[in-house]
Every structure is written in C-alpha cells, then in structure tokens.
Design a binder for this molecule. Structure first.
Ligand SMILES: C[S@@+](CC[C@H](N)C(=O)[O-])C[C@H]1O[C@@H](n2cnc3c(N)ncnc32)[C@H](O)[C@@H]1O
Length: 372
C-alpha cells in the first residue's frame, strides 16, 4: 500500500526518543525552571535592586542586567538556546531521511488537483523577514533548492508536531491535526454567529495545516490560504490534496494580495503578526479591510505578551527570546497598540475589537475588525 504524506511523516524509534527528550527539556526550561527564576527574582534579585536603587525595577530594561548576572538565568538561557538548536537538528534528521519519499508523494498527489496553487517566483520578500532565521530555523522560511524542494516546510511542520507531542496532543490525534484552526473557527462561530462566509482567506497560512479547519467549519465556503513562502504553500497544497480538501493557496505578500475589493467575508490569521514589523502590519490591516465585503470579519489570533499583563521576569525572558532565539519581533508586537493601528489602517472605532481568549493553561490575543 502507498504511504500518504501524513503516514510518511513518522520519526523512527531513535528520532522519536530524541524528540521526546527535547520536548521534555523545553517544557522544563519554559515551565518549572522559569517558575524558579520568577521566585528567585521575588526573593533575591528584586530585594537587592531595591536596597541599591530604592525602588523595584519598573520594566524589563531596568531589570535585565540583574538577571544577566544571575547563574539561574544563565542556566535557563543556555537550556532554552540549546534545546532550540537540538530541536532543529533532530527534526532536521527525520526530514532529511523522509524528504525524497515525501516530495515524490507530494508530486503525485498534485498531478490532477481539485484545489489550486499559485506561485510568484518574482515576489519580493519584504525585509527583515527575508533575511531573518525566524525561531533560528536554519535557512529561515524561504530556503529552497528547486521547484520540488519541501525541506523548509517539512522541518517547520516537524517542529509543530514536536510541540504537539510535548503537550500530549498526539496520543489520540492524527499527524497534522488542525487543532489551532479549529480553535480559531470556534471563536469565529461564537462571536459572529450570523456570518455565513462564501469566501475565506487565511493570511500567513504557513504549511496550511490549519487552513483545513476553515473548510471544515464552513464546508460551503471557498477557502484560500496565502503566504510569502513558496515551500510552505507548496506543502500546503499537497497536504490539502492528499487530505481530499479543496483549498486554494497563493504565494503572495499579505500587504498586496492581488484579490479584488470585497472578495472575502472572513479573513483570519494565526501567529502572523508577532512576526510582522511596524512598517508592514498597518499595510496588511488596510489590505484586509479592502478585501472584506461589508459585514465581513477580520479575525486574528496571536501571542498575548503585552507587558501590562506580564510579570517582570516574564518580560525579561520574552525579551531574551528576541535577542537570542530568533523571535525578533515578539516584544515589538507586544509593545504595539494594535487597536489603534487597526483604526489608523481604516477600521472605524465601532468596527475594532481585541480581547484575550483562554486556551489550555494559556491565552491567545484576538484582535481585528468587522467592516460595517
Ligand atoms: C509563525 S508562522 C505561522 C504559520 C501558520 N499560521 C501556523 O500557525 O503555523 C508566520 C507565517 O507568516 C508568513 N508571513 C510573514 N509575513 C507575511 C506577509 N507579509 N505576507 C504573507 N505571509 C507572511 C510567514 O511566511 C510564515 O509562514
């Protein structure tokens, strides 16, 4: 029997053991070690600072040097940095092993597609994302050695699977389960119960796994996914065809998508904007408003790291990610007043919304606008 794409993505015994170890290491560093660091700040670092300066640190920039001199913080930083490097290395070895078979299968399932794929080889990838290795992914989002090369996408996908396994989500759910897409669609249906979208667009759809959940939620809608990265949308197209779901993928910049005015009823994104710089996000917001039909909804889910919600240790560790771990816009996004940028981009006061939505032990920051 011929293996499908999801069957082909299968770490072998040793790879799976290494991936589990990395998942546990990451959970330890980001969980209990960070908690110990927070305690150390309360009990030692803050008190020392107060004795010396006369007040407690007001924000991350005042607190950073305190942490940098502390051995527990140094241990935390080296563990997070190392586990990230190990993650790419280990997932990379699985992907290298299965790459040829995976690409051959992707070719095969896209011979007579029911959905579409539109590539733009002359697309200018905006800086700084063009030359940034986001999350320290080797080669970034755009590395490609040829028209059939899916390695960049396969590795990104592999790390999504590693995180799902670390959260215990893979035991009963298939490879590539579109869990986050389903979550975003639940929020869409709850908050906009009268919406009956004919056309839906996902901006920054990445490998398109979650785009499948949009079609699941609104089976009669025409569903599109758009991303800057050619390997990502090629992967997304093959994955959708293999899954028997009709989707339309396009390599394009969300600032200038090329669709007509009022083409979509619902535009969504997941973790796009914390990787989208100050000069770019407003252009994407105004493009989204142009693309919406009257009554249409722009709904985005992203990281909830606005400093007012965070303790000082969390502000410092987030900022560490910016400087050391390939998350160059985390704090830039967190410091941005998103609703005001939505308004500057053309959404009216009574159209804009933003709120925090719980998921598991954390939250997502939802924001956007309903065009009146
Ligand atoms: C963190 S990934 C998220 C991908 C996917 N939504 C997910 O949840 O896995 C951010 C994605 O946004 C894409 N992206 C960033 N800037 C973009 C832009 N200006 N236009 C279109 N896509 C963009 C990147 O190529 C990347 O695939």
């Amino acid at each position: 029997m011929v293996a499908t794409l999801s069957q082909l993505y299968k770490p072998n015994h040793d790879e799976a053991a290494r991936q589990r170890f990395i998942g546990v290491l990451k959970s330890f560093a980001n969980g209990s070690l960070e908690e110990q660091l927070a305690e150390r700040y309360e009990q030692v670092l803050k008190k020392n600072f107060e004795l010396e300066v006369g007040h407690s640190p007001a924000d991350r920039s005042e607190a950073r040097s305190l942490f940098e001199a502390d051995p527990l913080y140094q241990l935390w930083g080296s563990m997070v940095f190392t586990s990230q490097g190990l993650m790419w290395e280990t997932v990379g070895s699985t992907c290298k092993r299965i790459k040829d078979l995976f690409e051959a299968r992707a070719q095969r399932v896209t011979v007579n597609p029911r959905g579409t794929l539109s590539l733009n080889p002359s697309l200018e990838i905006p800086e700084p994302i063009a030359s940034t290795e986001i999350h320290r992914q080797p080669g970034g989002y755009f590395a490609s050695t040829g028209p059939n090369d899916l390695k960049t996408a396969l590795i990104y996908f592999g790390t999504l699977e590693l995180y799902r396994a670390a959260k215990g989500l893979t035991a009963h759910a298939p490879v590539g389960e579109p869990g986050i897409g389903r979550f975003v669609m639940q929020v869409a249906k709850r908050d906009f119960p009268n919406l009956r979208p004919l056309r839906i667009l996902e901006l920054g759809c990445g490998t398109g796994i979650d785009t499948i959940a949009l079609k699941e939620a609104y089976p009669d809608a025409e569903v599109h996914g758009l991303d800057l990265s050619a390997p990502f949308v090629k992967f997304a197209h093959a994955w959708a065809e293999e899954s028997g779901v009709i989707l339309h993928f396009k390599q394009a910049d969300a600032q200038a998508t090329g669709y007509p005015d009022g083409y979509f009823d619902l535009i969504v994104s997941h973790i796009l904007f914390h990787e989208t710089w100050h000069n770019i996000a407003p252009k994407i917001f105004s493009e989204a408003r142009r693309l919406l039909i009257s009554g249409g909804v722009f709904l985005n889910a992203d990281v909830p790291y606005q400093p007012a919600r965070l303790t000082i240790p969390k502000q410092v560790t987030n900022d560490w990610q910016v400087r050391n771990n390939g998350e160059p816009f985390w704090t830039g996004f967190a410091d941005t007043d998103v609703p005001s940028i939505l308004r500057d981009a053309g959404f009216k006061d009574n159209e804009v919304f933003s709120y925090y939505e719980p998921l598991g032990i954390g939250y997502y920051y939802f924001f956007g606008g309903q065009k009146k």
